[in-house]
Design a protein around this ligand. Structure first.
Ligand SMILES: Nc1nc2c(ncn2[C@@H]2O[C@H](COP(=O)(O)OP(=O)(O)OP(=O)(O)O)[C@@H](O)[C@H]2O)c(=O)[nH]1
Length: 570
């Protein structure tokens, strides 16, 4: 697999793994954040529901006062108190409805049973209040009071589903909510104790056995709730605030309030007339329950603070997860880019450079030689290898050149630059073999300058050399390509024409003779020199032809030419 492909694949796998990991961490952080958010919402919603429940309990105070009124017509002040009580309840319900709507329009439907029951209870109260006091039988009053009692659980039930769901995702909030709910129930049961007295106070009758039993039950339930609120659980909050709130509950709600109830009970048992009517009782009793609401708010406030702390913590964790994830991805991308740029790409360049070197292409150095790392070391080594290869190539060329020069020199006559005797033997033999193969005639012309000794003697050896060079040029000019001219030794030359008969060779020899005789040679000292030469021509054909015997025959003919007067062809 190619490196680039491997890098792309590993990058993709690594990116997937990191994305998965970052996604998992971020998802968990988000879940924690979302859970604390849901917890906070649940607390606020529950708080609103509890306030609404408390207002419904509170509404029973004026209801009891109105129902317990003994005059022929209900005192307008009492009616006003009832109107205000109902308005306060409606306001609390509106607030609860608004908050439920924020959680989704469908959640508002949970309040419907409460609205229906509240309208019915209020209608019952109004109908009863319109009757003259004697017609308000204890049963009818009990029914009205019971209808009011039933409203409180309905208010709490409207948010129960939501809070239960929130408790599941954010369990830490659940203990606080339960304790707050205990406080609400405490307030409710304390209120019910007051309401239990309503019929007796309104009718000026002693408490019934059921009333006493109900009061005992409520006392027991209140004591139990008190214990449950105080139980340690996982409570780690502001104990001082809770203790203070509980002390006020003990002192006022369970102290003064319960003493008021006990006073009515005592009067009832002793058969004494009650010291107060329902309105007076409500005016004294209802305020004693305020510390319970303070206790409830203390518990909710403490839970809300804890949830807010958790929420802030979760938000911080979420941010850290998101930022750390982004940083890791960024770092990974940068790392891969750096690896690609600093390692993979140079490696590819180096590979191409090695391939070029392998193919004998030394045209350019690999780039990145200035790098100060291992890749740079490798590229420099490659550059050195390239330089060495270039040097070796140059040396090889020089060697080839020298060999060629030596070969040329070995075959060339140093003075005239034409083939020497040795080279002629080799070239002549090749021609001979070719001629034998084609059964052709092969001719040689041997010529020797006449009286050359006297040239040397008269003009010096150097002039003799110049004469030899001059004659070579004259003969060369007369020959065609492919016709061999060689110096056979001293002032003797040999010509081997290509593809010609004996007669054609003789004619050529004659032409050469004339050319030498005709051409004046100018020496270095300015003297004009005229030389002649004697020619011997020989030819051979057939399978027995040999260069030595051909040359020997030409030599004999040359000898004859000398003997017969020189400057002639034999
Ligand atoms: N300058 C010079 N002279 C050479 C060279 N090679 C041979 N000679 C001379 O050529 C002369 C040959 O003389 P000979 O053999 O007597 O013949 P010749 O004087 O030419 O007389 P014939 O050949 O009989 O006409 C000698 O003096 C050699 O020294 C050479 O390379 N340079």
């Amino acid at each position: 697999m190619k490196l680039t492909r491997l890098l792309t694949l590993s990058t993709a796998v690594l990116a997937l793994l990191v994305c998965g990991m970052v996604g998992h961490i971020t998802h968990n952080a988000w879940r924690r954040y979302d859970a604390t958010n849901a917890g906070l919402q649940a607390l606020r919603l529950t708080h609103s529901a509890m306030v609404a429940a408390e207002k419904l309990s509170f509404e029973r105070g004026p209801v009891n006062a109105v129902l317990g009124a003994t005059g022929a017509t209900v005192d307008p002040a009492l009616r006003e108190r009832l109107r205000v009580g109902r308005a306060i309840t409606d306001l609390a319900l509106l607030q609860l409805e608004r908050e439920l709507k924020m959680q989704g329009a469908a959640r508002v439907a949970a309040l419907q049973p409460l609205h229906t029951a509240l309208a019915a209870a209020r209608a019952t109260v109004d109908q009863l209040a319109a009757l003259p006091p004697p017609q308000r039988t204890p049963e009818k009053m009990q029914t009205a009071i019971s209808q009011m009692f039933d409203l409180v659980p309905l208010a709490l039930d409207a948010v129960t589903g939501y809070t239960l769901a929130s408790e599941r995702v954010y369990p830490r909030v659940s203990r606080a909510l339960i304790r707050a709910r205990y406080a609400v129930e405490l307030r409710e049961y304390a209120g019910r104790m007051g309401s239990t007295l309503t019929v007796a106070l309104a009718t000026r009758q002693p408490l019934t056995a059921e009333d006493h039993q109900q009061l005992q039950l409520l006392r027991g339930r209140i004591a139990q709730l008190r214990q449950q609120i105080l139980s340690p659980g996982d409570h780690r909050g502001d104990d001082a605030a809770l203790t203070a709130a509980m002390a006020r509950v003990d002192d006022i709600a369970l102290g003064a309030g319960q003493r008021l109830v006990a006073e009515v009970e005592r009067d009832s048992r002793a058969g004494r007339p009650y010291a107060m009517d329902t309105n007076q009782f409500a005016l004294r009793y209802v305020p004693t329950m305020t510390p319970i609401l303070t206790l409830r708010d203390t518990l909710l406030h403490e839970a809300e603070q804890r949830a807010q702390k958790d929420h802030a913590h979760a938000r911080r964790e979420l941010w850290i997860a998101v930022l750390a994830g982004a940083a890791i991805l960024l770092a990974l991308t940068l790392l891969l880019l750096i690896v690609r740029r600093r390692v993979i790409v140079p490696l590819l360049h180096a590979t191409r450079a090695v391939i070029r070197l392998g193919n004998g292409d030394y045209s350019r150095d690999p780039s990145g030689l200035q790098r100060n790392d291992e890749i740079g070391d490798m590229l420099r080594a490659l550059s050195t290898l390239r330089n060495n290869s270039i040097e070796r190539q140059q040396l090889e060329l020089e060697r080839q050149h020298l060999i060629e020069e030596l070969r040329v020199r070995a075959n060339t006559d140093y003075l005239t630059g034409i083939l020497n005797r040795r080279a002629f033997a080799s070239a002549g033999n090749q021609r001979l073999h070719a001629a034998r193969a084609h059964n052709a005639t092969l001719a040689v012309i041997l010529f020797d300058l006449d009286h050359f000794k006297s040239v040397n003697d008269s003009h010096g050896h150097e002039a003799g050399d110049q004469a030899l060079i001059g004659v070579t040029a004259v003969v060369r000019a007369e020959l065609r390509d492919g016709e061999i001219l060689a110096r056979h030794g001293g002032e003797e030359f040999v010509v081997m024409p290509s593809h010609c008969t004996h007669e054609q060779a003789r004619i050529l020899a004659e032409r050469l003779r004339v050319a030498i005789e005709r051409e004046p040679l100018t020496l270095a000292d300015g003297h004009i020199l005229r030389v002649t030469a004697s020619f011997g021509v020989a030819s051979a054909s057939g399978p027995t032809a040999a260069l030595d015997s051909l040359l020997h025959a030409a030599d004999l003919a040359l000898y004859r030419a000398k003997r017969n007067g020189r400057n002639r062809v034999e």
